[in-house]
Design a protein around this ligand. Structure first.
Ligand SMILES: [Zn+2]
Length: 48
């Protein structure tokens, strides 16, 4: 199941499944928002 996460910066992160979304969201955070980290639970909670 594809999942999407709308980052507060306007970036839309999409993953083919939960693992992919979590990986991509965490890499976006480390590149675009250094110092900000979300746990897997937070990412899944915010995803739609
Ligand atoms: Zn962002």
């Amino acid at each position: 199941m594809e999942m999407y996460l709308n980052c507060p910066c306007g970036e839309v992160i999409e993953g083919v499944d939960e693992d992919d979304l979590v990986t991509k969201a965490q890499s976006h955070l480390s590149e675009a928002h250094p110092g900000r980290t979300y746990t897997r639970e937070q990412i899944v909670f915010m995803a739609s």
